[in-house]
Write a protein that binds this ligand. Sequence first.
Ligand code: BYC
Length: 314
Amino acid sequence: MEKSIEELERQFNEKIEKGIKIEPKDWMPDRYRKQLLRMMSQHAHSEVVGMLPEGNWITRAPSLKRKTVLLAKVQDEGGHGLYIYCGAETLGVDRSEMIQQLLDGKAKYSSIFNYPTVSWADIGTIGWLVDGAAIVNQTLLAKGSYGPYSRAMVRICKEENFHHRQGYELISTLMSGTPEQRAMAQDSFNRWWWPTLMMFGPSDAHSPNSGELLKWKVKLMTNDELRQRFIDRTIPQAEALGITIPDPDLKYNPETKHYEYGQPNWEELTNVINGNGPCNKQRLNTRIEAEANGQWVREAAEAYAAKRAMKQAS
Ligand code: BYC
């Protein structure tokens, strides 16, 4: 006998309640599928577009060691995109469709990748702050309710830890260098601090998706809770390096054991999300060009797969 929608919904909610992962073939509410697809495709695009600001410095890395580390990191990000596209495909949408939405400017990706990398210090700052923020978010996403997404996050977090370390080490090297190197690291921090805080999304009062995502345990903390967690972890690291935080309102509250901080410029976040950040057009054009240049590779791979399938069938 077929189960009623009410019964299916009850079983689904029971699984979520008990912390049992939802798997691709399990029944799930349409909204759950839609929310996951929205978030996972945005996340996958972020990983791939996120290769561009750092990729910009591969040919200009100051030593062979720095170059190999950066190359490995940028390649890792491409891999992260692939894991998440695979995960998103389990929800019934082909990755070519998701990628087309990105190229058509219809899909979102993280606001942070629409800022330019103007100095070598930006490479360290991205690893330390941007990957640091990603780890805070993704460590919790790894405990989320959808099996393929949470498992992709476990693997990604391991690699992000290496990214975070190399960024912190790079900034630490600059901070123990010449006055010019210290100034370059501080300038970079000043430019990336606020955009990094915006990575966590709008404040809770303006986050339309959080309610459903929290109810279904895709997200386990709100945008503001994650932002606070990141700030509490990062300030002591900045202090250890001798970096000044560009926030006059920042202060430690010994009672709550949290840092209080000033508000990011939310209008700037809205502008960047809506395609009007400093590098939105450049990033999209680079992706469009890369997609066209890679066409022959995809065709060759498809031809090879078809030939192999024919051989196996005969
Ligand atoms: N940028 O209701 P809300 C990396 C959108 S890559 C752009 O709070 P939600 C790395 C949001 O999509 C990893 N858009 O949404 C790679 C929504 O619009 P739609 C990056 C943003 O989903 C290379 C609307 O605003 N991490 O680490 O509850 C090199 C309302 O927001 C942003 C991820 O992608 C933003 N910052 O929460 C180095 C994490 N914020 O879709 C490093 C995965 C909000 O309704 N995503 N929006 O049209 C998430 O964790 C969540 O989706 C967010 C937003 C926290 C971003």
